[in-house]
Design a protein around this ligand. Structure first.
Ligand SMILES: [Zn+2]
Length: 305
């Protein structure tokens, strides 16, 4: 059965018609600049209609924020003013018709890697996905199911406490969190403080300059912190594999250099089975994840009559 996955981002909305484990057709549009709930939902409904060609098809929308446990309401959508507390799922279903599911985008990313034919976690029942982007996101799939927790917010892997009093970003404000140490935003800030970021430089440029002495020390610390975070996840979840994605992970040799550092932090019984894989789907992962959520909601509704 076909399903549509929609990845709502602050700048772009990507949507795909998923059939089996692959994408048949895809649309990508800039998000309505005001990001008002009514206009964004209308835009998503338009995109879905174009992709479905009027045929009924379950839809899963990935939301860049926290959702309640029932996956009905937005709890906190950081970069979308006026969305917090709204019954987003119902509003989308009213606009689109048929069956609409919502999921947090990082969770959907994780589900997508297991759902798509070409996903890094295809066939795995127990895996953890970590995305190294502006912040650090992730999702945990155990026994083939996404872990959502008592309040819907499990799997916030970027907010493990690994440091001391480094402040986490707006919307969190906790101290010493994983992403406050090694999310791209935090790394950029740190590099600027150390005087390593030249004008117009990006973290990507800094990765290319990692042979320079000051820069090498900077990346050494970042990779060690990332390795410590990944090792903790291995101990907590005992996954079949850890999938790592996001912008940072795409630097040349980044994954190889990171992987090399993880085993020393991992306890002996976990070392023989330690498996780290790069994400294979990139920006398509949430589309697959959305489609996966749509299909499971539809089957839950059918089985409950
Ligand atoms: Zn945090």
């Amino acid at each position: 059965m076909k399903a549509i996955g929609v990845d709502l981002g602050g700048h772009n909305i990507a949507a795909g018609l998923v059939a089996g484990g692959s994408i048949e057709a895809k649309l990508d549009e800039p998000t309505e600049p005001a990001r008002k709930p009514g206009s964004v939902i209308a835009q998503i409904a338009r995109m879905v209609r174009t992709l479905s060609g009027g045929e009924e098809c379950p839809v899963g929308v990935c939301i860049p924020g926290g959702l309640d446990a029932a996956r009905e309401n937005a709890v906190m959508v950081t970069n979308f003013a006026g969305w917090n507390g709204l019954p987003i799922r119902r509003m989308l279903e009213d606009a689109i018709g048929g069956c609409v599911a919502i999921e947090n985008d990082a969770n959907a990313y994780a589900l997508g890697e297991g759902f798509a034919d070409a996903g890094a976690a295809k066939g795995a029942d127990d895996y953890v996905m970590v995305t190294l982007g502006t912040g650090i996101g992730g999702g945990v799939v155990m026994g083939g199911r996404l872990m959502t927790g008592a309040h819907g917010m499990a799997g916030e892997l970027g907010h493990m406490v690994l440091g001391h009093d480094e402040p986490c970003g707006p919307g969190c404000r906790g101290l010493g969190h994983f992403e406050a140490l090694c999310g791209a935003d935090a790394l950029e800030r740190k590099a600027a403080e150390m005087g390593l970021m030249g004008a117009g430089n990006s973290l990507k440029d800094l990765w290319l300059r990692r042979g320079e002495p000051g820069v090498a020390a900077f990346w050494d610390t970042a990779l060690e912190n990332l390795a410590r975070g990944l090792a903790s996840l291995v101990h907590i979840f005992d996954p079949e594999l850890l999938v790592v994605g996001g912008g940072l992970s795409k630097g040349k040799n980044f994954m190889a250099l990171l992987e090399e550092r993880v085993p020393k932090y991992v306890g002996e019984p976990f070392r023989p089975t330690l498996k780290i894989r790069p994400s294979l789907l990139d920006t398509d992962a949430p589309i697959f994840g959305g489609a996966c959520c749509a299909l499971s909601l539809l089957s839950r509704r059918r089985s409950s009559g």
